[in-house]
Design a protein around this ligand. Sequence first.
Ligand SMILES: Nc1ncnc2c1ncn2[C@@H]1O[C@H](COP(=O)(O)OP(=O)(O)OP(=O)(O)O)[C@@H](O)[C@H]1O
Length: 336
Amino acid sequence: MNEQQRLLAVENLQVTFDIMPRNAWPWTRPQPLKAVNNVSFTLNEGETLGIVGESGCGKSTLARAIMGMVPSQAGKVMWLGEDLRGLNLKQLRKRRQRLQMVFQDPLASLSPRMTVGDIIAEPLRTHYPDIKGAELREKVDAIMDRVGLHPHQKNRYPHEFSGGQCQRVGIARALILEPKLIICDEPVSALDVSVQAQVINLLKSLQRDMGLSLIFIAHDLSVVKHISDRVMVLYLGNVAENATRAELFANPRHPYTQALMAAVPIPDPERDRANPPAELEGDLPSPMNSPSGCVFRTRCPLATDYCSKEIPVLEDKTGAGHWVACHYVEREEKLN
Ligand SMILES: Nc1ncnc2c1ncn2[C@@H]1O[C@H](COP(=O)(O)OP(=O)(O)OP(=O)(O)O)[C@@H](O)[C@H]1O
């Protein structure tokens, strides 16, 4: 590790929901749905981690579990060396000043009855009630200006703004407490393609100028490519692969990552055009009934009998931080 400070270390995090089957008898027991299974990763100050995977693979649940918005049953969420899972709500609220979230649906995540100025000021009012009047207005104006909104728009309501502008309001609200990390849960997937690039560029410039760390969640590898330092691929609540952006895009190793790449026709000079990876077939299995052994085996072109018996360990296959959970990806030490 370099000199950067370790902000977040998620260790073997597990989130299970108890689900009542449809048309269940009153005496039926709820069934466990493993949404996040033994997920581990680290994030340093100033770093951006992209998290990708199909719909339902546990990205949002992971984000919410880190924030303490859904309960996790096992593991650790080490934030600046302290396990957030061991804190009570009051302590957690205090830590959340430095740990903010931006949500997928910009309009739905903003209160329709509040002006955008009040929405942006609310976290400051809650955490620092002494800041008011001109000082509060100045802070709101400055942050609106920083995210590309005109401060004179602060008396308007969210429905008067476009989707992209609402997302800027959401980002301003997250920024006003000067966080160290913002978890962006699919912040651009509800936006038009032309607006997506603007919001991604805004986040990139904020990250650079303010030394922020970001966790950027998306379905699409092409979206995280432009913003991430590292990329983690999730499948059915499990980490399939985690590598630097350059490594992952030049040399995707897990068959699931390869299939995701094949599904997104991005013009990419690093891709091997002669041997394109196979596209993904079939649907994501239900997390209430995960396949035994390797969870990806039912859709994997490499799967053998062995994969149904043994769970692959997430292993650094290069010795240089390219983590893959697959029995058939060979270890190959990188000689530096
Ligand atoms: N509050 C909840 N109660 C029960 N099950 C839940 C809850 N939240 C999520 N799930 C289930 O957990 C699994 C993971 O869902 P999650 O929303 O985290 O996936 P995702 O990868 O973020 O999907 P998307 O990209 O569609 O948002 C899904 O099977 C989902 O139905």
